[in-house]
Design a protein around this ligand. Structure first.
Ligand code: SF4
Ligand code: FES
Length: 382
């Protein structure tokens, strides 16, 4: 296990301090992206259950004292919070560098000067496609023009801009144009993350899964564009797990450097942890972040390697401290066993089933792909 800070004497010995707090301020969102990693259980979410301003402010203060350096203000859509400016100030006062992760809707352009003055450091805007109609279709809402307008305003105000694009069958062939668009907007960083199949993305897997040819070509284009733009644009490219045979270290390892707070204040070690049965989800309304991070069973559950089964326990590649056995939520979803080796690993006894599933999905012809099930919190729309 890596260590990023001195340990607390007598408490949490061996556990690194967290670096990142992901504050999911609201699950409600004006967009309805079918690849959303939010849990499908958000259907029917009520905004009245969201944490109040005072709670977030207190928790940001606790995070700052824990040594957290980065604050991601996200959702759903964080702009739906009327108190976002206050929360930016609370993040700044706690000594954290804050990033707003947003669709730019409903009103980022108008709010940007106020958010910047309140302490916001960095803006990350999602784009679904370089073509307006396609972007709006994938996001399930008219949004493209507002996104570009907001992105330009971010740069005009001298703030660092990141563009993020979740890639899938309907936009992987557009990667070159997406990179040119991000560069023309003045983004410093572009995150091209192939869809990871969590939450709503799982429901839409047959519609979203790209072909291997698309992924291979996309990677070639990324490499060519990296050479073209050099250091002026930092391009991150994340391969989809389903085409790999060794897993990624999900979240950098369970509870190794990040805390996710859902809109109601439940503290989670990863974005899908709320779906894991038998895992207690402690709320910051009842427990301090310090106690949750160091002492809770949930955050300690998959730290270290004692919990691992074979082949991870005796990994012939000695990757236990590199990938930590892969993603716990994926292992649970695909094998029914939360402690199993992630089936992405070619050493997993379940890897063959994953490959068979991939082949089955790849055999679906374009014209037979199912329609998107758009992400929503509204039972009427779902
Ligand atoms: Fe990683 Fe486990 Fe596979 Fe080894 S056996 S490479 S630790 S997932
Ligand atoms: Fe939960 Fe990977 S999403 S461990």
């Amino acid at each position: 296990m890596t260590s990023n800070a001195p340990q607390v004497a007598g408490q949490g010995v061996g556990i690194p301090y967290p670096l990142l707090l992901v504050a999911e301020l609201s699950y409600v969102c004006p967009l309805h992206c079918p690849y959303c990693s939010n849990p499908t259980g958000i259907l029917g979410t009520k905004r009245s259950t969201e944490l109040k301003t005072d709670d977030w402010t207190r928790v940001f203060g606790e995070a700052g004292k824990l040594g957290v350096l980065q604050l991601a203000l996200t959702g759903g859509e964080p702009l739906l919070r009327k108190d976002l400016e206050e929360l930016c100030t609370a993040g700044r006062d706690a000594g954290m560098y804050s990033t707003l992760v947003t669709s730019a809707l409903p009103n980022l352009t108008e709010r940007l000067p106020g958010l910047q003055a309140a302490g916001l450091d960095h803006v990350q805007i999602s784009i679904q496609h370089s073509n307006r109609e396609e972007s709006d279709r994938i996001g399930g809402a008219v949004s493209y023009d507002k996104k570009l307008e907001a992105a330009r305003r971010v740069v005009e105000l001298g703030m660092p801009l990141t563009i993020n694009v979740v890639l899938h069958r309907d936009n992987l062939d557009d990667v070159g144009e997406l990179i040119d668009l991000a560069a023309s907007l003045g983004a410093r960083r572009l995150e091209l993350a192939n869809t990871q199949y969590h939450g709503w993305a799982t429901v839409n897997r047959a519609a979203l899964l790209p072909t291997l040819e698309q992924v291979t070509r996309g990677e070639q284009v990324v490499n060519e564009k990296r050479a073209q733009y050099g250091s002026s644009l930092d391009i991150l490219w994340v391969l989809p797990d389903i085409f790999e045979d060794l897993p990624k270290p999900c979240m950098g390892g369970w509870a190794s450097d990040a805390i996710i707070l859902d809109p109601t204040g439940r503290a989670l070690p990863c974005q899908s942890a709320a779906t894991i049965p038998d895992l207690e989800h402690l709320s910051v309304t009842e427990h301090s972040l310090f106690d949750i991070w160091f002492d809770s069973e949930t955050f300690n559950r998959f730290r270290g390697t004692d919990w691992m089964q074979d082949p991870c326990q005796t990994c012939p590649l000695q990757r236990q401290h590199i990938d930590f056995g892969g993603c716990r939520c994926q292992a649970l979803a695909l094998t029914g066993d939360i402690t199993a080796t992630d089936p992405v690993c070619h050493l997993s006894p379940h890897h063959g089933a994953l490959v068979a599933k991939r082949e089955e999905l790849l055999a679906v012809r374009d014209e037979d792909r199912p329609a998107y099930v758009y992400r929503t919190t509204s039972p009427a729309r779902g």
